[in-house]
Every structure is written in structure tokens, then in C-alpha cells.
Design a binder for this molecule. Structure first.
Ligand code: ZN
Length: 131
């Protein structure tokens, strides 16, 4: 089954979408399988990271801006090449194992939508596959 979600994003940030992933798996009725979370955007991404200390989220944004600073030598006319680099470095999707009707995540792991060029209305997909 395929599930689609819309979300409003900040200028930059990582948004916890673990609840939506768990909800999709529950609604699908799949207890053992695979789940793909996909972001159809070129300046956003999907990742798995710590869900305990909220400072990790702000440090993530801070670190990405340090790693991929804007540069006036970029040629892309939209002016968001740094966001495109961040998007590709993190990636457009994550794959999770479904076990006993829930995503197999570590105690401190959550699934995050990463915004690098907001604020925007964004979408992401969750595909649940029985196996
Ligand atoms: Zn662009």
C-alpha cells in the first residue's frame, strides 16, 4: 500500500515523521515486510537520526550549513545549490524493516523529513510491502 502525506516546513529543519510511518504500517495491516519512505523533492531529504535530544536537530542543520555553505560561484540560477547538495548527500529515501507490525528502529532512532530550502508545502510517500 502507498500512503501520501503533506507537510508545511520551516526555512530549514528536520521534522519527525516517525508517527506517520508507524500509522502507515498499522493501516496497511502488514506485520512482516519492508517500508520505503520517499521524498519527491530535490532540496529536501529523508533520514534516520536521534529522537531524544532536540539539540541534535538544530546541530544537524548547523552542521549541514557548515559542510555545504552557499557560494557565490554556484551557477544555478535559482540560487539554492547548497540545498541541492544537502539533499543529495542525505538522500531521497530510507528503507525500514517491518517486524511485528512496527518499524524496526533503535531505541534512539526516529525518521525525519529534512528541509533545506523552505518554507514550503512538501510531500512524502510511505510504501509498505508485505514479505
Ligand atoms: Zn534549485
Amino acid at each position: 500500500m502507498l500512503f501520501k502525506f503533506d507537510l508545511m516546513t520551516p526555512e530549514q529543519g528536520i521534522i519527525d515523521i516517525t508517527k506517520e510511518v508507524c500509522q502507515s504500517i498499522k493501516e496497511s495491516g502488514v506485520s512482516e515486510g519492508i517500508c520505503v519512505i520517499f521524498c519527491p523533492h530535490t532540496t529536501a531529504a529523508i533520514t534516520i537520526n536521534e529522537n531524544a535530544d532536540p539539540d541534535v536537530r538544530s546541530d544537524f542543520v548547523f552542521g549541514m550549513n557548515k559542510a555545504f555553505p552557499d557560494d557565490n560561484e554556484f551557477r544555478h540560477s535559482e540560487g539554492n545549490s547548497d540545498a541541492h547538495l544537502k539533499s543529495s548527500s542525505i538522500g531521497a529515501s530510507e528503507t525500514l524493516i517491518i517486524s511485528r507490525g512496527a518499524p524496526l528502529l533503535g531505541r534512539w532512532q526516529g525518521v525525519y523529513f529534512c528541509e533545506f530550502d523552505g518554507p514550503r508545502t512538501r510531500q512524502f510517500f510511505v510504501k509498505v510491502i508485505r514479505s
